[in-house]
Design a protein around this ligand. Structure first.
Ligand code: ADP
Length: 323
């Protein structure tokens, strides 16, 4: 089934863009195009919904309002037309980037990933051009998912003393965003996914443009369990499911990346007791065990504060797309 959708996409793409490619990229700096293709663009990353633990509400909503329309634009028209912008907000390390990649992968879209800080710092002076180039290349490679990390710093509400360069990047970004919305002939099939840990910093005009705003919270017990299971799956270890559940009970408040950090720390346990690392054979490294995790728990703590969580919940009540 999926293949026929994807080939539908490919057919449309070929027909639609065959004669337009040069036109669309005509005024774009070739060096930027090359950089985007090499560093920012990824053809359908290989991430599935199964790779993302928990977050059932977000996954279901995203499938309905985003992935299916990207697959079948012919059905999702008019009242069913999809949002052009999706905002994922919540604490860091909870799977927002994974979700962006998964949307691209599940819908056969090209994935573009950039962080606001690289636009404002790495491309000093050229940030505005870079935004234009990014959207131009995305148009040529439709359907596309443009993932912008730390989008708050790009669309911040601070206006006093705003640097001229940042202001111009922001303006260009909004112009491109609106261009995505009102493409002249046919609708562009570009979805902008913005991720932020500071949703309260996004100004009202920008907020409105993200029709769907999904809270991506800390993983629940089951989510943490799936993350640990997944990370241990290709390691030599002796942990039982019950021991992993015990670890999950001890890690309330940990984010996905805190869990990742914990597993990495635990995985070093067997290495620390080796006398001479140069001579030991890889097969003789002992399995990771429960005690390694107990030791790691004294080193790796939850990184998100209760105060931050309250802020996210409040913002979600006020502006989030609740189920
Ligand atoms: P962010 O929300 O900051 O974009 P990422 O998506 O980059 O977070 O996640 C960081 C890392 O944490 C991932 O590479 C993964 O190892 C782990 N992780 C976070 N959330 C999940 C999740 N829900 N399922 C599986 N792994 C997760």
């Amino acid at each position: 089934m999926k293949n026929s959708y994807v080939s539908y996409n490919q057919k449309i793409n070929t027909l639609k863009h065959r004669n337009e490619i040069d036109e669309r990229l005509k005024n774009v700096d070739p060096k930027m195009i090359e950089m985007i293709q090499n560093e920012i663009m990824e053809q359908s990353p290989n991430i599935t919904w199964d790779d993302i633990a928990g977050l059932e509400h977000a996954k279901k909503t995203i499938q309905e309002v985003v992935t299916w329309p990207l697959l079948r634009p012919d059905i999702f028209t008019g009242l069913r037309s999809p949002p052009k912008g999706l905002l994922l907000f919540g604490p860091p390390g909870t799977g927002k980037t994974l979700i962006g990649k998964c949307i691209a992968s599940e819908s056969g879209s090209t994935f573009f990933s950039i962080s606001s800080s690289s636009l404002t710092s790495k491309w000093v002076g050229d940030g505005e051009k870079m935004v234009r180039a990014l959207f131009a290349v995305a148009r040529v490679n439709q359907p596309a998912v443009v993932f912008v990390d730390e989008i708050d710093s790009l669309l911040t509400q601070r206006t006093d003393g705003e640097y001229e360069a940042s202001r111009r990047i922001k303006t260009e970004f909004l112009v491109q965003f609106d261009g995505v919305k009102t493409a002249s002939l046919e609708e562009d099939r570009i979805l902008l996914v913005g991720a932020t840990n500071r949703p309260q910093e996004i100004d009202e005009a920008a907020r409105r443009r993200f029709r769907k705003r999904l809270y991506i919270p800390l993983p629940e017990h089951e989510g943490r369990f799936a993350i640990v299971k997944n990370l241990l799956s290709n390691q030599k270890h002796s942990l039982t499911d019950e021991q992993i559940h015990e670890i999950c009970r001890k890690t309330i408040g940990y984010s996905g990346s805190d869990m990742d950090g914990l597993c990495r720390e635990a995985a070093l346990g067997p290495i620390r007791i080796i006398g001479d690392i140069r001579t030991i054979s890889a097969d003789d490294v002992r399995s990771i065990n429960y005690q390694d995790f107990l030791d790691a728990l004294t080193q790796v703590r939850a990184s998100v504060s209760d105060r931050d969580l309250e802020l996210y919940q409040k913002w979600n009540q006020e502006y989030g797309s609740l189920s």
